[in-house]
Design a protein around this ligand. Structure first.
Ligand code: GRF
Length: 187
């Protein structure tokens, strides 16, 4: 039975969509939430859904094997990044080869890379007068947003769109597709 850990630092709406999608699933379970922010909304979502969570800091994440121990204790097979901004260290990539994926709120390779996250992405898309944006689900490697693309879907960017309205469209696409793409990779 594949067990998923979700790494998230923000509100956690994608984490919630994934948890809800796999509730009662015969084969796949969300077994751990990992966050680096003690007041992140995702931790409340974990509590409300009885999913265990661990809080990490830079020291435990980059310079110790504590997280690996936590992941092993929860029998994690697959890692999903959903709004997690730290680069994934080599030891995790080696321990989970082709088993770490991320979601990014643009059509990579456009509008990706270090510092391109959240509304900064949507601001740049609108400033460049793009007619389309979308989401990218991709494998994670040791560089920001550069791993092999698994899935992309587009949405229109209208002249009246603002970063906030575009963010809403993108979130809707994420919630609609991310859980299903994860399921297709695991079953
Ligand atoms: C999503 O837009 C995702 O693309 C990006 O971070 C955001 C997380 O949003 N990587 P949420 O916390 O799941 O609402």
């Amino acid at each position: 039975m594949p067990n998923i850990a979700i790494f998230a630092s923000g509100t956690g709406t994608n984490a919630r969509a994934i948890i809800e999608h796999f509730k009662g699933h015969p084969r796949v379970k969300v077994n751990l939430i990992v966050s680096n922010k003690k007041d992140a909304g995702v931790l409340t979502i974990a509590d409300n859904n009885n999913v265990p969570s661990v809080l990490i800091n830079r020291q435990t994440f980059f310079n110790s094997s504590q997280l690996l121990t936590d992941l092993n204790n929860h029998e994690i097979d697959f890692i999903v990044l959903a709004g997690f901004l730290w680069l994934i260290p080599e030891y995790l990539i080696q321990a989970f080869p082709n088993k770490i994926i991320n979601i990014h709120p643009s059509l990579l390779p456009k509008y990706g890379g270090k510092g391109m996250y959240g509304s900064k992405v949507h601001q740049a898309v609108i400033a460049n007068k793009e007619s389309k944006s979308g989401i990218t689900i991709h494998y994670v490697n040791d560089r920001f947003d550069e791993g092999e693309v698994i899935f992309q879907v587009t949405c229109e960017v209208l002249p009246e769109d603002t970063p906030a309205t575009l963010a809403q469209k993108i979130h809707r696409l994420e919630h609609q597709h991310f859980p299903k793409v994860i399921e297709s990779l695991l079953t």
